[in-house]
Design a protein around this ligand. Sequence first.
Ligand code: 5GP
Length: 116
Amino acid sequence: MSYDPNNIFAKILRGEIPSHKVYENADAIVFMDVMPQSPGHALILPKAPSRNLLDADPAVLAKIIPLVQKVAVAAKSAFNADGVSIAQFNEAAGGQTVFHLHFHIIPRYEGQPLKT
Ligand code: 5GP
C-alpha cells in the first residue's frame, strides 16, 4: 500500500486542518487526539511521509522514539497519571484508521480501563 498525501494527518501537518498542537520540531508534531481515550491522549507524528511503522525510514524512527519517550514522561506528569499506554497500529487489520505513521500517548489511571 502506498502513502496517500491527502490523509487527514497529512492535512494537519500542512496546516489545512486545525489541530490542538502542543509541540513541534523540525521532524515531528504532537497534537491532542480529537477523541481521547483518557485525558491527555496525544498523538506524535513524524513529518516524513510513511503509512505506518512498516514502511517507515529507520532514520525517522531513530528520531521519533526519543520524542515518544519525552512526551510519555511529560504526559504522565502533566496529567498526574499512574502510567502511560503507548499505542501504534499498522494497516486496517491492525487497527489503524489514519494512514500516516503516528504514536498514541495515553495517560492511564489505576482501576480505569480505556474507553471502548
Ligand atoms: P489509529 O489510526 O491509530 O487507529 O488512530 C487514529 C487516531 O486519530 C484516533 O484516535 C482518532 O481519534 C484520531 N483522529 C482522527 N481524526 C482526527 C483529527 O482530525 N484530529 C485529531 N486531532 N485526531 C484525529
